[in-house]
Design a protein around this ligand. Structure first.
Ligand code: SF4
Length: 329
């Protein structure tokens, strides 16, 4: 890095956590945040469905909350682009949830059974979701069978987690969605997540021991792995997640868009996965029959540029996600 702090062509990827934080931040230059985010409105919301643990389909309302950026600096993360630099005022998050619930009320699919509150960070990060708002959010979520929230593994033991679960009442299961990203120890270290596989295992086991649901995010082709290695490690990571007690594993194809991954891509240290790698990882996970496995379909245009092949890929992935079976033929 030059004395002014701007990245140079030859800056190596640092070995220390502090060095990586600065390196990753320096590569954001020129990439802007979403303009016009309103702290009193959710970023957006949508309906989806997924198989439930009893073999049915759960209709889900997923709300993307507007809140302050996550304090971690993961190498692959671009979620900060859809966040604010300041914490939202007390009362803003329940207001966002209320807006989504009100506007979803007449959805033709009827009332959703599950609620996902995703905040591009950790629900139990007090800088993102003010602690004063947790009781009001719990009251709003009581109408649902399940509430899914994101959580960094380092925050699962936060003092607010179990009281929040209690305040939901016995009719609503709290499920934590934790990013393992990869079980490859060296790559996980370089992803700058601030957790190693054993730390993740302890967080996951704590989650299950306290009766919370556990969903795990696994990256397909994180940086520093070639295509063949990325499939091997996606499969190993799925197995590791189930070993840790996961009930659901969600496969996320790694995508560029944060500056850091573009820099690595230009030096052959990152490429997004081929669609067949994602499908092979999904088929492997489904074949284990150890829990539900999904492939993320939200950004398929980055994975498959050809519109006809992309549509076909989407249909196969959505079929597999819905049925938990790989389409034959
Ligand atoms: S913990 Fe999650 S939201 Fe935070 S920087 Fe890492 S990937 Fe992004």
């Amino acid at each position: 890095m030059n004395p002014e702090g701007a990245p140079t062509e030859t800056d190596p990827y640092p070995g220390s956590r502090a060095g990586r934080d600065a390196w990753i931040l320096a590569r954001r230059g020129g990439i802007s945040r979403t303009i016009g985010l309103d702290p009193r409105r959710p970023s957006h919301w949508l309906r989806e469905s997924e198989p439930d643990p009893d073999g049915g389909q759960a209709e889900i309302l997923t709300v993307f909350l507007t809140n302050r950026e996550c304090p971690w600096r993961c190498l692959m993360c671009d979620l900060w682009r859809h966040t604010l630099e300041e914490s939202v005022p007390v009362g803003a998050i329940p207001e966002q949830v209320r807006i989504a619930l009100d506007e979803d009320r007449l959805h033709p699919a009827g009332p959703p059974r599950w609620l996902k509150l995703y905040n591009a960070g950790s629900f139990f990060d007090a800088g993102a979701i003010p602690r004063e708002d947790l009781p009001a959010i719990a009251r709003q979520a009581r109408a649902f069978e399940r509430l899914v929230v994101e959580c960094h593994p380092g925050l699962v033991r936060d003092a607010t987690v179990l009281p929040f679960r209690e305040s939901l009442g016995s009719g609503t299961t709290l499920e934590l969605a934790l990013g393992l990203e990869t079980a490859h120890p060296g790559v996980l270290e370089r992803l700058n997540k601030g957790v190693d596989p054993e730390g993740f295992r302890r967080a996951a086991e704590w989650t299950r021991r306290h009766g919370l649901g556990l969903r795990v995010f696994v990256l397909v082709r994180p940086p520093f792995l070639d295509e063949a290695e990325s499939l091997e490690w996606a499969c190993r990571s799925i197995g590791f997640a189930f070993d840790c007690g996961a009930q659901t594993v969600s496969l996320i194809p790694t995508r560029a868009g944060n500056g850091a991954l573009e820099w690595l891509a230009a030096r052959n240290q990152f490429a997004p996965p081929r669609p067949e790698t994602l499908e092979a990882a999904l088929a492997h996970g489904l074949g284990l029959r150890r829990g539900r496995v999904f492939a993320d379909t939200w950004d398929l245009d980055r994975l498959e540029p050809d519109p006809v092949r992309r549509q076909s890929l989407r249909q196969r992935l959505e079929h597999a996600n819905r049925t938990q079976q790989v389409a034959s033929g």
